[in-house]
Design a protein around this ligand. Structure first.
Ligand SMILES: [Zn+2]
Length: 268
């Protein structure tokens, strides 16, 4: 279960948005015996701050921090930013890693704004006065307007979203998770009937129970490419290399901080 919170912080100059794939942090948790090895959502900002301060961040690299585990979130990434992605070991080989990398390359959730006032309309006819797929939702035209499948039941019935969490039986209520077909008939933004294909159910940037395969759309690929190409925040140009370079062995060095970083290791 993921709960989306768009949170603005000011600690890191120039990094505007952070995505928490977990419940919102209500209070700062006390230091625990695991330190940052088993990370909680209330600790990761401190960890990143430390990494930035003591040069455990490479500005010419896509940085992925891998704690041994997490208490209460699946992954963290920053929109349009390659510097602060956090993935626990347990999620390195499933669909969460490409999901978080998608955020880093400026992809929004496919359901973005579905319960808001400026929601993405269903029509893909650019001559239709309701067409807004290029400026609403995830800003990608070839991903359908979709609800957040896990909580749609609660949205439709006016229930708190917590009533659709934690295997309550209400999660993914309108999703046939065997066939991966959307079976709801509630009407989407503006009252339009949703037009949702299996590829939308399987999209990496939605919330779903349908894996293997998950996919990105061509439009999402274009948005990623344009994020790198235009690089309006000047964060990706230094990370680019040649295809040939990918076949060369890594010639750098790895910092020694296993099993745990010592305070003396922090200062370079
Ligand atoms: Zn996400």
């Amino acid at each position: 279960m993921c709960f989306y919170v768009k949170h603005h912080i000011d600690i890191f100059t120039g990094i505007p948005d952070v995505r928490w794939e977990g419940a919102s942090c209500q209070e700062v948790e006390p230091v625990d015996p695991d330190g940052w090895s088993i990370l909680s959502r209330c600790q990761y900002q401190d960890m990143l701050h430390h990494a930035f301060l003591y040069d455990f961040r490479k500005t010419d690299t896509f940085n992925v921090y891998v704690p041994a585990g997490t208490h209460d979130f699946g992954g963290v990434s920053w929109l349009n930013n390659p510097y602060g992605l956090i993935m626990p070991i347990s999620n390195l080989a499933n669909n969460i890693l490409p999901h978080e990398i998608g955020h880093a390359f400026n992809l929004e959730h496919t359901w973005a704004g579905f319960d808001g006032t400026n929601c993405e309309r269903v029509t893909r006819d650019i001559t239709n006065m309701n067409f807004n797929a290029d400026v609403a939702g995830d800003y990608v035209v070839d991903t359908a307007a979709v609800p957040r499948f896990d909580i749609e039941y609660c949205w439709v019935n006016g229930l708190p979203y917590s009533d659709c969490a934690g295997r309550t039986g209400n999660e993914y209520y309108y999703l046939n998770t065997t066939t991966c077909q959307y079976v709801g008939s509630n009407g989407g933004c503006g009252g339009d009937d949703y037009i949702i294909f299996e590829s939308d159910v399987r999209n990496f940037m939605g919330y779903t129970r349908c894996d293997s395969p998950r996919t990105f759309s061509i439009g999402q690929g274009v948005r990623i490419h344009e994020t790198i190409e235009y690089d309006i925040s000047n964060r990706f140009s230094n990370t680019q290399t040649t295809i040939a370079a990918l076949y060369e062995p890594y010639i750098g060095s790895y910092p020694m901080y296993f099993p745990l970083m010592l305070s003396s290791d922090h200062v370079k």
